[in-house]
Design a protein around this ligand. Structure first.
Ligand code: SAM
Length: 201
């Protein structure tokens, strides 16, 4: 049986439409963020899945790049985003793809971090910090549930864990409850924005 760290694990789920995490549109807090900060800049959506948010970023003036290592997710995202944005959607591994350091102004998170086993969280923090420009923003939805390993994915964060994980790389600038969560995440999702600091580990 494949493991969440392998693209096969996710690919088969897209192929059989077993995707209970898929929001099917653009969630409200992201819409509000894009309204608040509709400016040019480069945005990255790692683990984009069907990528409903790609067009929203583009429409708000961002040069958006989305990436997923499951070919069926990439195909779906390209189909949904349309031909004008298809080449902005890359098949690849977030941890290995050859993006230059400090490429992005914004990295958008939704159900990607919680798809990774908890041992990969420091690597996620380091990689996002590496790819963001100084003062760039890691924004999005963070899932809080102390999940036993055998029950995930999704693997939620324990309360306080994100503070410790991100403390030396990011400053938390917004932390709001989420009102339009899917049942899988209801009551346990926060909309958070973190600014990348100068710290180098
Ligand atoms: C739970 S899904 C979330 C998809 C999307 N963000 C959403 O909100 O619908 C997790 C996604 O992350 C992708 N993924 C997991 N590990 C990855 C990696 N190392 N590099 C790129 N994509 C990855 C999976 O293929 C899957 O599409």
């Amino acid at each position: 049986m494949s493991h969440p760290s392998q693209s096969d694990f996710w690919n088969t789920r897209y192929q059989s439409s077993a995707t209970p995490w898929d929001f099917g549109g653009v969630p409200a807090d992201l819409k509000a963020f894009l309204k608040r900060r509709p400016k040019g800049g480069r945005a990255l959506i790692p683990g984009c899945g069907a990528g409903h948010e790609i067009k929203a970023f583009a429409d708000a003036g961002y040069d958006v790049t989305a990436l997923d290592f499951a070919p069926a997710a990439v195909a779906r995202a390209r189909e949904l985003a349309g031909p004008a944005l298809a080449d902005k959607i890359i098949g690849g591994d977030f941890f290995k793809h050859d993006f230059p350091a400090e490429s992005f102004d914004v990295i958008y998170e939704r159900t990607f971090l919680c798809s990774l086993t908890p041992d990969l969280r420091p690597a996620y923090r380091d990689r996002t910090a590496q790819l963001l420009k100084r003062n760039g923003s890691l924004i999005g939805y963070f899932f809080y549930k102390n999940t036993p390993l055998e029950d995930g994915p999704p693997y939620g964060l324990a309360w306080g864990e994100a503070d410790e994980l991100f403390a030396h790389h990011y400053l938390l600038t917004k932390d709001d409850p989420v009102n339009d969560s899917l049942p899988l995440f209801a009551g346990r999702e926060r909309w958070q924005e973190r600014r990348r600091t100068a710290f180098k580990g």
